[in-house]
Design a protein around this ligand. Structure first.
Ligand code: SPV
Ligand code: MG
Length: 546
């Protein structure tokens, strides 16, 4: 967020808080997250507490964190918010010269104001010990002047913190110091007290008589009602450390409970959701920006997997489950198929179930059911998923496995309907004449010739009535559809239903009808690298495949 976001710069807005007759409240924050929470709660400004920034870094409030480390934290806080930040700058981390550099850096990073206290470097927290030594007032006035002279934003404020009451020096010295600091150019006086009541603060305010804005930190006199401060003419109340203390209590409770219970169940409902974390981090903005700068996300192809049949040739192996759920080296075949589809960038995967449908229970897929699987064929199964049939889309049998490059090539191929054809099928059908292959005839055979690969190949014929000797290859059970191709297939399924041929038809028949209707079907030739599982022999090959 810009340091000058909102109306006026952050420094200007802080200055008007100081100068307003209304009492303003600042809330402590110690990092980007807590700063966001303070802004979200509606506070007009943030107190970047030395105590809590240190504690959040795991160190003491004794200038153990270097000033540049504090500056880093502040930069995150300022970037994360649009309200002004008043930095607890301790003693200024050195002398007037260190204050000059500090103030310049704070202006650069959009911090609205700094509070400097009249103690010695390295400082000690005001609530530790008694009679802490104080800075020489003249030397401290020099720091205030140096800070004012170095501000590159004319609205940057310096709040001078008087520690005389903390150090037990009494009201008179506190007033003298405050007056000297005001005269040196301080924009406000922070008068601090560690008494359990507000008496000495109120006495100070009465004597001060509204000579300039007064800031207080009622950590110890917390029971005093805000109206008392209003009547005393206080400008700003700082709730100095309460977010850090709240976080400590909450984190302790959760850590102890989770450790004891060895479970998250007891805490889940009581803590912020992960969604809230994303919201606080502003994830929506990144999503917007991605749309603006990266363009629309690429359309991922979807897949429809036809897996309704039992696979009876596998005998008892499919007694309890369909063949797509048969174990192939420790994983169901379908899980391997789904992984292969995902590897090639497929998004939504719909599996058409039928036989023993309850056995198909993979996460990350959706399912539709062909409950008439016993009396219907593949086309009817595909028709069950017709409302998912939108391109780009991959149609796949549920009992195949293939190497990734096959699907990559199919997806990259041009054409509305494209099938992957194995040109090496002859070797297989010759070896096993019983094998039923989805044979195809194409516009030209696979030649292996480098130059031929440029030439498109078209499907001329597909079906089991082709003799192996006439075939150019075997359809491997993978088909790619463009948006138009998906529409063609939807229309064909509808026509088949109207004719009463849908129920019994195979996918081969559906593809044949597309060819007959004059719709070109492209062919991508592959050379092995896949298998289907029809019988025990195939299964043995599948178990060696992966
Ligand atoms: C701080 O929050 O770091 C302060 C206030 O300086 S106090 O801890 O009260 O000194
Ligand atoms: Mg402090």
């Amino acid at each position: 967020m810009s340091p000058s976001g909102g109306s006026g710069s952050k420094a200007a807005r802080f200055r008007s808080l100081l100068e307003s007759p209304e009492l303003a409240f600042l809330m402590e924050a110690h990092d980007g997250l807590s700063a966001k929470i303070v802004e979200e709660a509606g506070f007009p400004a943030i107190w970047a507490s030395g105590l809590t920034v240190s504690a959040a870094l795991g160190v003491r409030d004794s200038n153990e964190a270097s000033w540049t480390q504090v500056l880093e934290v502040l930069e995150f806080m300022a970037d994360a918010t649009s309200i002004p930040i008043l930095l607890d700058g301790d003693t200024g981390y050195g002398n007037f010269n260190n204050v000059r550099r500090l103030v310049r850096k704070l202006c650069q990073r959009g911090v609205a104001a700094v509070c400097l206290e009249d103690k010695l470097f390295p400082k000690t927290n005001s609530f530790i010990g008694e009679h802490q030594p104080l800075a020489d007032p003249d030397e401290f006035c020099g720091k205030i002047k140096a800070g004012k002279d170095s501000a590159t934003d004319s609205d940057f404020s310096i709040v001078a913190r008087v520690e005389a009451l903390i150090a037990g020096r009494g009201l008179d010295e506190a007033l003298q110091r405050a007056e000297a600091y005001r005269a040196a150019g301080a924009d406000a006086i922070l008068i601090h007290s560690k008494r359990p009541t507000a008496d000495e603060i109120l006495a100070f305010a009465a004597e001060w008589g509204r000579r300039g804005p007064l800031v207080i930190v009622p950590t110890m006199y917390y029971a005093t009602p805000a109206d008392v401060f209003r009547r005393a003419g206080i400008s700003v109340v700082i709730w100095a450390n309460h977010n850090l203390r709240a976080a400590i209590s909450a984190m302790r409770d959760v850590s102890r409970r989770v450790r004891q219970e060895e479970s998250l169940v007891g805490v889940e409902g009581a803590i912020a959701s992960v969604r809230e974390v994303f919201a606080l981090a502003g994830n929506w903005e990144l999503e917007d920006a991605e749309r603006r700068y990266l363009g629309p996300p690429p359309i991922r192809p979807r897949a429809i997997v036809i897996a309704a049949s039992r696979g009876a040739a596998l005998g008892p192996l499919t007694a309890e489950r369909p063949k797509c759920m048969i174990d192939v080296r420790g994983q169901p075949l379908l899980r391997r198929l789904v992984a292969a589809l995902r590897d090639s960038g497929v998004g939504d995967i719909t599996v058409v179930r039928g036989y023993r449908k309850e056995a198909i229970d993979l996460p990350s897929i959706s399912t539709v059911d062909n409950d008439a699987y016993e009396t219907t064929g593949e086309a009817a199964s595909l028709a069950c998923a017709v409302d998912r049939l939108e391109g780009p889309c991959v149609l796949s049998y549920g009992d195949i496995l293939f190497r990734r490059h096959l699907l990559d090539r199919l997806l990259a191929a041009e054409g509305d309907v494209v099938v992957a054809v194995d040109a090496l099928q002859k070797n297989r059908t010759d070896a096993d004449p019983e094998r039923v292959a989805d044979l195809v005839g194409c516009s030209r055979p696979h030649s292996g010739n480098y130059l031929d690969e440029e030439e498109p190949v078209w499907l001329r014929q597909i079906g089991n009535d082709l003799r192996p000797a006439e075939a150019d290859g075997e359809w491997i059970g993978l088909c790619k559809l463009s948006a138009r191709g998906a529409a063609l297939v939807r229309a064909e399924l509808q026509a088949m239903r109207a004719e009463g041929t849908l129920e019994r038809a195979s996918l081969l028949e559906m593809l044949s009808r597309l060819i007959a209707a004059g719709h070109p079907i492209g062919v991508v030739y592959v050379l092995g690298g896949w298998l289907d599982v029809d019988d025990a022999f195939d299964l043995a090959r599948a178990r060696n495949f992966t």
